[in-house]
Design a protein around this ligand. Structure first.
Ligand SMILES: [Zn+2]
Length: 447
């Protein structure tokens, strides 16, 4: 039980918890930041508001990226580790944003739903598993079925693909970047074209390559004044760090040690090894590696975070706290860092610690109201404080966030019997009851 608790939560928990769920979302502040840094200029160039376009990371080794309705872009970890340059990643990002901005999803709704075929089903199974597994899987999960209720993965159409290529190339030009990365990426996987559809990577099932398609793209890209623009050293570093971190958490430790031998003293290699040592249950070596990174980059919040994470997941909640506090000091606007500290405080269960955890979690939920895992932690914290009504309210929010409306309305109703009427929590619990009941009634009519 202790081991399970230790494995729960924090950014990469699910990866460590085993292979039970084939597909799940993962959260990591640093990687999310990298994807935003790369993606936001492209999203803006497409005339969209970056705040309204969500980017998700799916823990899945297959090569894939896709968009769903609701302006959501998904990258599999399998594609993220495959990019050779930031420009290649940005190329795929631009293409996917092209689908969103061109309204391909909105248009291909209702009537074509049945034709979405196996890809939607496959994605649906994975995403459903996320929702079902939230209890065990913790923070790795975003846990909002509202996000996935509208899941509607784009179906392949030749016209949509080439228009997304053209739109993507255009956004890259507007944001002063080269489109060559996308062409390189396509060229690299050109061989997929001759394979049977089932043999291809998912991305090239939904995005078949053809000479004509690549030639058309090349024409636009070659005309751009930015065609020879190269990646900045900072972007290259960001991508290497992202890939090293993902590899460290996903690959078997031995694979990581082979790929990043100790002769390689680069920042990325030390990071990958730090993670791999920890995953190989070698806490001491893991700390040595991460400490060398902290010594060289004392202002990097993510090395402090990693140190805290390693300690926490090794069952040392109290020892993890100073590192997590350092991380928060260096990056005060990152909800997941606060969530990690709150988690370790709840584990320790001291009176003062629980008070602090409640404050931290309120901050997290202000920024991420649909963060089901933080609602879960908050319900625990209120439970320790014997605030039964508030604990039930937090459970209601958690259930609501992941779309379990029956549970949401039941806990919200119970909470309302205990919380004073003139509080925001009471009003919110009331809203949950009203909205959930209406939705449930509608659903039963439809059946
Ligand atoms: Zn596409």
């Amino acid at each position: 039980m202790k081991l399970l608790r230790v494995l729960i939560t924090a950014s990469f928990a699910l990866l460590l918890a085993g292979q039970a769920l084939a597909q799940s979302l993962i959260r990591d502040t640093e990687i999310e930041e990298t994807l935003r840094e790369f993606g936001d200029p492209i999203i803006r160039a497409a005339g969209l508001n970056p705040k309204s376009v969500d980017i998700y990371i799916v823990n899945d080794p297959s090569l894939n990226a896709f968009v769903t309705r609701g302006q959501k872009v998904f990258f599999h970890t399998g594609i993220l580790v495959e990019f050779e340059t930031p420009n290649q990643l940005k190329g795929v990002m631009a293409h996917e944003v092209g689908h969103i901005a061109s309204g391909h999803l909105a248009r291909s709704s209702e009537t074509q739903r049945s034709a979405y075929g196996t890809f939607l089903v496959a994605a649906g199974i994975g995403l459903a598993a996320i929702l079902a597994g939230e209890g065990q899987a913790g923070a790795a999960i975003l846990g909002s079925s509202q996000q996935f209720a509208v899941l509607d993965v784009l179906r392949y159409s030749r016209i949509n693909e080439s228009s997304a290529d053209q739109a993507g190339a255009n956004y890259l030009e507007i944001s002063g970047q080269s489109g060559r990365g996308l062409i390189e990426f396509f060229e690299k996987f050109r061989y997929q074209e001759v394979m049977s559809e089932q043999g291809r990577f998912p991305y090239f099932r939904s995005h078949p390559l053809s000479s004509a398609r690549i030639d058309n793209l090349r024409e636009v890209v070659d005309e751009s004044p930015y065609r020879d623009e190269i990646d900045s050293p900072e972007d290259i570093r960001r991508m290497q760090i992202m890939q090293a971190k993902l590899r460290g958490f996903i690959d078997p430790p031995q694979t990581t040690f082979t790929k990043f031998p100790s002769s390689d003293q680069s920042e990325a290699a030390r990071l990958a090894r730090a993670v791999a040592h920890f995953r190989a249950a070698n806490l001491k070596e893991g700390l040595v590696s991460v400490d060398s990174l902290i010594e060289e980059f004392p202002d990097n919040p993510y090395y402090h975070e990693l140190r805290g994470e390693i300690l926490y997941k090794s069952g040392k909640a109290r020892l993890a706290q100073p590192s997590l506090r350092n991380a928060i000091k260096l990056k005060s606007d990152a909800p997941l860092l606060k969530q990690a500290l709150a988690q370790s405080l709840i584990d320790e269960n001291s009176t003062d610690g629980i008070i602090e955890a409640v404050d931290l979690l309120k901050d997290v939920l202000q920024a991420e109201p649909e963060n089901g895992y933080s609602w879960y932690l908050l319900s625990q914290a209120y439970g320790y404080q014997n605030k039964k009504g508030l604990a039930q309210y937090a459970v209601a929010e958690q259930a609501y966030a992941r779309g379990d409306l029956r549970r949401a309305t039941s806990f919200a109703a119970r909470a309302m019997e205990q919380i004073p009427r003139d509080t925001p929590q009471y009003r919110r619990a009331n809203d949950i009851v009203v909205i959930s009941d209406a939705q449930l009634a509608q659903d039963s009519k439809r059946r």
